[in-house]
Design a protein around this ligand. Structure first.
Ligand code: SAH
Length: 187
């Protein structure tokens, strides 16, 4: 883990925290190591977190973290985020995407541009007014740059009256540093 990664995660948490009512509904599109799921569940003690991953190891690790914190307001879903609408219909207060591969897992299993964009489109349409989405995109692995372009292309097409969208990169770090996007539905 490098500094760019840590600060990207911290910024995403700051941005998302403001969109989480204690009884809200949030989506962790990539459970991974479970940190975002725990963050969302802690902020919404009376709410529900839907946490997706295609790897059983990721969900198992997330479950351990949740049990450690005594959190039971999470639905762990072993399915691709592109199928989100099979599991919830919205509306949602927030969604988080931390893309790429699981650092301690199989680095050849990464999120894929097509699935990411389908999931992002579905969850964007489920977003409440005032709801927020964060994405962290990693470009250092094969396919990572394609994913960055796909995400940026999708987001750049969102109606600017309804959605406020920004992108952030670490200007003085190598091009492989993570790139973040922040979305808020404003009307
Ligand atoms: N790169 C981040 C961690 C990303 S973890 C970091 O360094 O912290 C990304 C997770 O997405 C992995 O656990 C992977 O199994 C999961 N994933 C890949 N494709 C997915 C899909 N279609 N739906 C849901 N999760 C997926």
């Amino acid at each position: 883990m490098n500094r760019g990664h840590k600060s990207a995660v911290a910024l995403a948490h700051q941005f998302i925290a403001n969109a989480l009512p204690e009884n809200g509904v949030a989506v962790d599109a990539t459970a991974g190591n479970g940190n975002d799921t725990v963050f969302l569940a802690e902020k919404m003690p009376k709410g529900t977190v839907y946490s997706f991953d295609i790897q059983p190891e990721a969900l198992a690790q997330t479950k351990v973290l949740l049990e450690k914190q005594g959190l039971s307001n999470v639905k762990l879903i072993h399915d691709g985020h592109q199928n989100i609408d099979s599991h919830l219909s919205g509306p949602v207060d927030a969604a988080m995407f931390n893309l790429g591969y699981l650092p301690k897992g199989d680095h050849s299993i990464t999120t894929k541009p097509d699935n990411t964009v389908v999931a992002l489109d579905k969850v964007t349409k489920m977003l409440k007014v005032g709801g927020r989405i964060s994405l962290i995109v990693y470009t250092g692995h094969p396919g990572g740059l394609d994913e960055l372009m796909a995400v940026e292309n999708y987001l750049s097409g969102l109606d600017s009256l309804s959605y406020w969208v920004t992108g952030l990169k670490f200007i003085n770090r190598p091009p492989t540093a993570p790139v973040s996007f922040f979305v808020e539905r404003v009307i």
